[in-house]
Design a protein around this ligand. Structure first.
Ligand SMILES: *[C@@H]1O[C@H](CO)[C@@H](O)[C@H](O)[C@H]1NC(C)=O
Ligand SMILES: *[C@@H]1O[C@H](CO)[C@@H](O)[C@H](O)[C@H]1NC(C)=O
Length: 482
């Protein structure tokens, strides 16, 4: 009972804080405040977190609630904001799949009872959910690259399968789609009324949760979801690097990063105690519990308002949850400091960013293909992208997180084209590595496309640090003596 009341209270608090923090970011657009903190890039704060509205010291439970991304009232977002003389040309959206069932089971406990069938009058609701179910039930014809055909178009198990998208996950992406539609289609007319299939570029990994998330977002986005106009490509790699995935240096950075993670874990007393206590409750060796990555399942209980599991030795409690989540936050902090992950991310995200830059340049030339691109992906896709772009302070990708790149044409200035970068609705353009002017923040809200192109084609590989300056991706990947 105590847990439930606390949950409700925290939920209300989180909703309020989220709203407040977005409104504050909105006012940051006003030039006065920009001039005021144009001082140094060192004073950059975490991107989403806001010192004014957040609990001091980063509360683990508050962070967990943001991660759940529980669908609630209409969200404020900064997508589509640009000076009048800019015209929207192209939009690229990178998403993490929505809320899903855990990938692991906690040993000796019952797995959480969550129903993954879609029911229009069960919470969370969405006005388009019923139509989505009807449309998807009719089947797709041949709208996917092999082997995506074999995947179900929507979640459908009365007891979720491991990793399955939930109704919450579908609603999160229907909401994302609708939000993007209101901004990009209704307001900025990104697609003409008679848009053709080649104006959409769609790519997903081969998991049902990413395909289904992509479909839900598109269903919310498109005014008429027509299977003949929708074609999803299959991406075998979670880094979206197909064709250039071989990169020994990237693996090397990853191994060192994993070693760092491992050593931090060994040093953490509270984490060790929490694991020891939980292992005692469940009567399993601590090692086995650790291997089952219990935070994944506990987050599912937490996000779905289910009490934590019990076993013969008692129940897993909020304190265990807090301790593990707090450790995750500490891990992210150390990760930012040590920069091994950045090395991994720069190499890992390069193929996808390079491909994206190619598309943006073609769009800037006036080609109309790919006006809207959607990449349906995972946390392990978005994390490296964020880090590579220099958004190292960004929060870990929540369920249904979205990273958006907008391409604009300046119809007045000689500047040509500009880009904006948005993460979960917040304008992070001026936090990126390619929109710094050396002394501090970029002076305008729009960042020249050339900056991004130069960054991806040259600077991001040179950013690999002393001795890391390499001219090509191939050289950077095969560098000796790291
Ligand atoms: C959480 O669950 C309890 C019942 O178990 C319910 O009364 C409460 O409304 C739920 N809270 C939310 C936010 O859904
Ligand atoms: C980057 O993209 C260009 C085309 O835009 C392509 O020719 C080149 O091979 C790509 N490089 C890598 C490393 O993927």
């Amino acid at each position: 009972m105590l847990f439930r009341n606390r949950f409700l209270l925290l939920l209300a608090l989180a909703a309020l804080l989220a709203l407040l923090s977005l409104s504050l970011q909105f006012f940051h657009l006003i030039p006065v405040s920009v001039a005021k903190n144009g001082a140094s890039s060192k004073s950059r704060k975490r991107i989403m977190p806001d010192p004014v509205t957040e609990p001091p010291g980063m509360d683990p439970v508050y962070e967990a609630l943001l991660y759940c991304n529980i669908p609630s009232v209409a969200e404020r977002s900064m997508e589509g904001h640009a000076p009048h003389h800019f015209k929207l040309v192209s939009v690229h959206v990178f998403i993490r799949h929505g809320d899903r069932y855990p990938l692991y089971v906690i040993p000796k406990t019952k797995r959480p009872e969550i129903d993954c069938t879609l029911v229009a009058d069960r919470k969370p609701y969405h006005p388009k959910l019923e139509a989505f179910i009807r449309h998807m039930s009719k089947g797709s014809g041949a709208s996917f690259e092999s082997p995506l055909h074999s995947l179900p178009l929507f979640p459908n198990h009365p007891l979720c399968e491991m990793g399955e998208l939930t109704q919450t996950g579908v609603v999160q992406h229907l909401q994302n789609g609708q939000l993007l539609r209101d901004i990009y289609l209704k307001k900025h007319k990104l697609l003409p009324a008679d848009w053709s299939p080649d104006q959409l570029y769609l790519e997903t990994t081969g998991k049902s949760r990413t395909l289904q998330s992509g479909l839900a977002l598109l269903y919310g986005f498109l005014p008429d979801f027509d299977w003949r106009k929708v074609y999803f490509r299959h991406q075998p790699s979670a880094l979206f690097c197909s064709g250039s995935c071989s990169c020994p240096a990237r693996n090397h950075y990853l191994e060192r990063e994993q070693r760092r993670q491992y050593l931090l874990r060994l040093r953490s007393g509270p984490l060790e105690r929490a694991y020891g206590d939980m292992a005692r409750i469940l009567d399993v060796p601590t090692k086995q519990l650790r291997a089952a990555n219990p935070i994944d399942a506990l987050l599912c209980h937490f996000c779905h308002n289910l009490s934590f599991p019990c076993a013969r030795g008692g129940c897993i409690g909020m304190d265990h949850f807090r301790a593990i989540k707090a450790h995750q936050m500490e891990d992210e902090r150390e990760r930012r400091e040590r920069k091994l992950y950045r090395g991994y991310a720069l190499l890992g995200a390069h193929p996808l960013l390079n491909q994206t830059v190619g598309r943006l340049l073609r769009a800037a030339e006036g080609r109309r293909e790919g006006a809207f691109a959607l990449y349906s992906a995972h946390d392990v896709t978005l994390s490296p992208l964020l880090s590579a772009l220099g958004l190292v302070e960004a929060r870990f990708p929540r369920f249904a997180a979205r990273l958006v790149l907008e391409l604009w044409q300046d119809r007045e200035g000689p500047g040509g084209h500009a880009v904006r970068v948005l993460y979960d609705g917040a304008d992070v353009t001026r936090h990126t590595a390619f929109c710094q002017d050396g002394r501090g923040r970029w002076p305008t809200p729009m960042c020249p496309l050339d900056n991004l192109v130069r960054f991806v084609r040259r600077d991001m590989l040179e950013a690999l640090g002393p001795g890391g300056g390499s001219t090509s991706y191939y050289e950077a990947c095969h560098r000796k003596g790291l």
